[in-house]
Design a binder for this molecule. Structure first.
Ligand code: SAH
Length: 350
């Protein structure tokens, strides 16, 4: 056994037992080009200790691709004149929930760009209606940065969870991915506000965004240790042809898998999705994700007519199948790697 191999194994073992490691050790795991089977095996065994072979599913409803923000990486940024904009009606949203409920989904994730027409009142009205119809479901929102009052009113209307990736926890890097009016400080404040209100909070970041260094990824891990979120969503950066980052390389699947495994060891209880971006970069990306610690999938429930328009990056998968087909396809994929979809509400196990 080589020395470096030995040190990888000892880092993994420390990370597993203490849920922590020093900066240099973490950087080795983040950067290494070696075979990381020991990291992946440890992550899978921690996942099994906490969640068995269960995979939780969340039905994703993409409400609107209008967005007031201009993030340099994102295909639905307001500065993209080419994208055909849409927003779902309240009835369309409720219809997605109905289809999803029949297929066994017990969590609905309402995600969208920061669309002024989905104002606080309207979001409250929709959440209230979904809550009234589906008392046994979790309602997750992913609608970007809002005031604390708005977050509180959504919560009081019946929302339980909120997903807001911090995107990168390094200020200088954040400024390279976003226009000057967007600030990491605000994003973090939103996350703390959500926590204080009582939401189950999800954060996360992209792997391989332009200008990202190992130190940036280390900052992501350290920030997450402070925040202690219930869910952590990560995926590779994927370029979109009509953005300022069109000519940048995609993130790497291997590095994304290493980050998922590291997260599983640092946050044994966390809900970690194998994301659509991971499935886009490689046809088996989500299966690999499940094998290295991920335990959540978020299939699309949006009407087929709008799927292609919610294009955050090029070649997004699952834009052509009805919700029911997606559900079957996923069940097969999950079984192929030895896990099992469960349809209960799937709360975090702390
Ligand atoms: N407006 C909401 C939802 C954003 S879309 C919000 O602000 O939270 C959900 C996630 O997709 C983003 O948080 C981002 O991490 C990811 N994303 C956006 N563009 C991407 C790209 N080009 N490649 C990979 N992931 C991307």
């Amino acid at each position: 056994m080589s020395n470096t191999n030995h040190s990888l194994e000892s880092i993994v073992s420390t990370l597993r037992t203490t849920r922590n490691a020093d900066d240099d050790s973490l950087k080795i795991l983040i950067e290494t080009s070696q075979n990381c089977q020991c990291l992946f095996d440890a992550a899978d065994s921690v996942r099994r200790e906490n969640y068995g072979i269960n995979v939780y599913v969340r039905g994703l409803i993409e409400l609107s691709n209008y967005c007031k923000n201009n993030c340099y990486y994102c295909g639905i940024r307001c500065g993209n004149p080419v994208v055909e904009r849409y927003r779902l009606t309240d009835d369309e949203i409720l219809n997605c929930c109905e289809i999803g409920y029949e297929l066994g989904y017990r969590t609905f994730v309402l995600q969208g760009g920061e669309d002024g027409l989905f104002n606080d009142n309207r979001v409250c009205k929709i959440v209230t209606e979904i809550r009234k119809r589906y008392a046994d479901c979790a309602i997750t929102l992913s609608l970007g940065e809002k005031s604390e009052t708005a977050y509180k009113s959504f919560y009081d209307a019946g929302a339980n969870r909120y997903l807001l990736r911090h995107e990168t926890a390094n200020d200088a890097h954040y400024a390279k991915l976003h226009p000057p009016e967007m600030m990491l400080e605000n994003r973090k404040q939103c996350l703390w506000n959500l926590k204080r209100i009582g939401y189950q909070v999800g954060s996360g970041f992209m792997v391989g965004t332009p200008y990202q260094t190992t130190d940036c990824l280390l900052d992501d891990l350290r920030f997450l240790q402070e925040l202690q979120p219930d869910m952590i969503g990560i995926g590779p950066f994927l370029s979109h042809r009509d953005t300022p980052f069109a000519s940048f390389q995609n993130g790497s699947m291997q590095q994304t898998l290493r980050m998922i495994a590291i997260l599983r060891l640092m946050f044994p209880y966390a809900l970690l999705p194998a994301t659509t971006a991971l499935g886009t970069i490689d046809p088996l990306g989500r299966e690999f994700g499940l094998k290295v610690g991920a335990n959540v999938l978020m299939p699309n429930l949006s009407p087929i007519t709008v799927r292609k328009k919610y294009e955050l990056y090029d070649n997004k998968i699952c834009t052509g199948e009805e919700a029911a087909e997606c559900r079957n396809c996923l069940a097969g994929r999950v079984a192929s790697v030895g896990y099992e979809i469960v349809t209960h509400i799937g709360n975090v196990k702390r």
